[in-house]
Design a protein around this ligand. Structure first.
Ligand SMILES: Cc1cc2nc3c(=O)[nH]c(=O)nc-3n(C[C@H](O)[C@H](O)[C@H](O)COP(=O)(O)OP(=O)(O)OC[C@H]3O[C@@H](n4cnc5c(N)ncnc54)[C@H](O)[C@@H]3O)c2cc1C
Length: 289
């Protein structure tokens, strides 16, 4: 199928894009087009206009700021993130996840902003930005605002972005010394999307015990799952395999687990347990060097 007719705009600044969105409320923003265009071809989306933000220079690129944070433009592609030395140094979890998205073609076109704004539960980056305590910057008719990643995802394909708002950048704090991370996914063999993805971060105290941990999941619920109780149970532990297994077995709860034709809810819960343990152990090993 081909999409219904639509107007096409290619703004050269964020301000112009926001103005265009205001004057055409039925419009949709287009970034890499790897989710929007298929929806339009299937006629599941039929925007009156498409506002192509893919060539706005301010929305592209990766900067390591003096504060240690990474500033990533919303239209930066998965390939650029996966291969960026700055990201590999400061937030290797993000680079590792971006490298596992789809195939080369998808990674060259798909963008981090599109991935997060689309809020597909099976996408790889939502749980990763939650685990990293990233902040998302949005620009709209009322100006700009910062949204903690943990508050951005509301429900299936629903975020806190308001009508007329564009995601402009993602700020990612650098992981400190003595910290290891790991992203693992069990993917659907045909699409590459996650039936379950696990993002783990572990920080060590000087004596090797756990100072801090994070464990978040994609694919198992309508929005990313932050397994904070598992992480809390690990703090102060010796991070032995037994301690990790027990923390996951005793404390992992998946709220409203998703079941569909690809995998039942209980299967996904078991995947979360298995991948959560493996990701935490790999993060621990990397933290130990
Ligand atoms: C075959 C295939 C396999 C894939 N496999 C994976 C996978 O394994 N893992 C994974 O995570 N993803 C996967 N994807 C998704 C892909 O990686 C993209 O992340 C995704 O398509 C969205 O990014 P995009 O730049 O293409 O956004 P678009 O398709 O351009 O836009 C998607 C939605 O987000 C909105 N939007 C885009 N950018 C912004 C912005 N800056 N501000 C506000 N709204 C915005 C659009 O209006 C639209 O509603 C796959 C896609 C395909 C086609």
């Amino acid at each position: 199928m081909i999409p219904p007719k639509f107007d096409y705009h290619r703004p050269t600044s964020v301000q112009e894009a926001v103005q265009l969105l205001q004057s055409s409320p039925e419009a949709k923003v287009l970034a890499g087009g790897h989710s929007l265009i298929p929806l339009m071809k299937l006629r599941l989306a039929a925007p009156a206009a498409v506002i192509d933000i893919g060539r706005i220079p301010d929305l592209r690129g990766i900067q390591a700021l003096d504060s240690g944070e990474l500033r990533i433009g919303a239209c930066t592609t998965h390939h650029e993130i996966a291969t960026s030395q700055a990201v590999q140094r400061a937030a290797p979890l993000l680079a590792e996840a971006a490298a596992q998205i789809g195939d080369r073609q998808v990674r060259y076109r798909g963008t981090i902003g599109g991935n997060l704004a689309h809020a597909d539960p099976a996408s790889d980056l939502p749980a990763v930005v939650v685990a990293l305590n990233a902040t998302l910057q949005a620009e709209g008719p009322q100006g700009s605002r910062s949204i903690p990643a943990a508050e951005f995802f509301v429900d299936l394909m629903t975020t806190t972005l308001q009508p007329g708002e564009i995601l402009t950048q993602i700020r990612v704090p650098a992981l400190g010394q003595g910290t290891g991370s790991c992203y693992l996914k069990f993917e659907h063999p045909a699409s590459g999307y996650a039936l379950c993805g696990a993002a783990a971060i572990v920080s060590l105290n000087p004596d090797g015990s756990c100072a801090q941990a994070r464990l978040c999941f994609n694919g198992v619920s309508a929005r990313p799952v932050d397994a904070a109780a598992v992480a809390q149970a690990l703090v102060g532990s010796d991070l032995s395999d037994g301690a990790i297994d027990a923390a996951v077995e005793d404390h992992l709860r998946v709220p409203d687990p998703v079941g569909d034709i690809h995998a039942s809810a209980s299967y996904r819960q078991e995947l979360a347990k298995a991948l959560g343990k493996r990701a935490l152990k790999a993060a621990r090993d990397r933290a130990r060097g």
